[in-house]
Design a protein around this ligand. Structure first.
Ligand SMILES: Nc1nc2c(c(=O)[nH]1)N[C@H]1C(S)=C(S)[C@@H](COP(=O)(O)O)O[C@H]1N2
Ligand SMILES: [Mo]
Length: 322
């Protein structure tokens, strides 16, 4: 599988180059110093792996939804480099390539490259960390983690979607001319981090339910929390600065009466998209939630459905999808 590198490439930043070529008038080869001389932008964005898939068997929030992170990224807008290179008419895709053995190659739409992709060299005010792509990473806000090619060294401007290493894994039976890649943009998602699976409430009384929300559709407009398994919902408080396409922290006061209950959160983004339940999510594929859970390997794109937590009378918290 190309999804996880087996090692972190040891790259000398003094020697590292980014090449932009293919359907362009003026191919570019840029050093790190060249890139750092160009106008930069800094933005906070989350990343999430498609492997983040809440399943009944997953006991903790880390296991069900831990493959996500949020950083402040600094870099050069890819659009600036592409304009400098002069993109040909009909060049509707790019192929981004990393430096390690399997290259982590991805075909990505030109429209997205021109809209908001970043060639990032900074992460939280420091160089991008080795594990996250040092010295250069392609940042593709809102698109699934896979698209955010680490250790970036080459961007080829092309006419159509290509079957590269990562795509072979997913679209093995389709022809490049007719393939319809699963939608890259991730939907609205939230998770309750407290109280969550395997945690223990010591006694009845006051708690604050807290968690994280994010969406590829933009910023988080609201988060609602239910303490009765989705029968009634209350607006939660947004507790962090709201950035577009970024983790947003929420919380709500709660008085636990000591009875068994099911906690759920659902968010709405500024496109008006609402996070689905597992049943609603499965229905989109003409499945039931049971079918979805019985086929963990099934390709579904982004798995942004609600992960409920069941609180027992003993205060023990368990996965509520069971
Ligand atoms: N070059 C390269 N880029 C890559 C990968 C890879 O294996 N090689 N893995 C991708 C996948 S599947 C994900 S989810 C993200 C993970 O990013 P992170 O390690 O910064 O969390 O990087 C993506 N970029
Ligand atoms: Mo991933």
């Amino acid at each position: 599988m190309g999804h996880a590198p087996f090692y972190v490439p040891d790259i000398n930043p003094e020697q590292h180059k980014l090449m932009i070529h293919g359907m362009v008038d003026r191919p570019l080869i840029l050093s790190m110093a060249d890139l750092k001389r160009l106008p930069s932008v800094t933005r906070v964005h989350y990343l999430e792996c498609n492997g983040n898939k809440p399943m009944p068997a997953y006991k903790t929030v880390q296991r069900a939804s831990g493959l996500t992170s949020c950083s402040e990224w600094t870099g050069v807008p890819l659009s600036l480099l592409l304009k400098q290179a002069g993109v040909h008419n009909g060049a509707n895709w790019i192929i981004a390539e990393g430096t390690e053995d399997n290259k982590g190659t991805m075909s990505l739409p030109m429209a997205k490259a021109m809209a908001d992709m970043l060639v990032a060299y900074g992460q939280n005010g420091e160089p991008v960390r080795p594990q996250n792509g040092f010295p250069l990473r392609l940042l593709v806000p809102a698109y699934e983690g896979l698209c955010n090619v680490k250790w970036l060294r080459r961007i080829k401007v092309v006419d159509e979607f290509y079957m590269t290493y990562n795509e072979m894994d997913r679209y093995t039976s389709v022809h490049p001319k007719t393939v319809k890649p699963i939608p890259f943009e991730q939907g609205p998602k939230s998770v309750i981090t407290f109280p969550s699976g395997e945690q223990q409430l010591p006694e009845r009384g006051h708690y604050q339910i807290t968690g994280l929300a994010w969406s590829g559709g933009g910023s988080i407009r609201k988060v609602e929390v239910s303490t009765d398994g989705g029968k009634t919902w209350k607006g939660a408080e947004i507790q962090s600065a709201i950035h577009r396409i970024a983790h947003t922290r929420f919380g709500i006061d709660w008085n636990w009466d000591g009875e068994e209950c099911v906690l759920m959160s659902r968010c709405t983004d500024d496109l008006g998209q609402v996070q689905p339940t597992a049943a609603e999510f499965a229905r989109y594929f003409n499945w039931t939630a049971d079918y979805l859970f019985a086929h963990p390997g099934t390709l579904t794109g982004h798995n942004n459905y609600i992960l409920p937590w069941k609180v027992g009378r003993d205060g023990k918290v368990q996965n509520g999808l069971v």
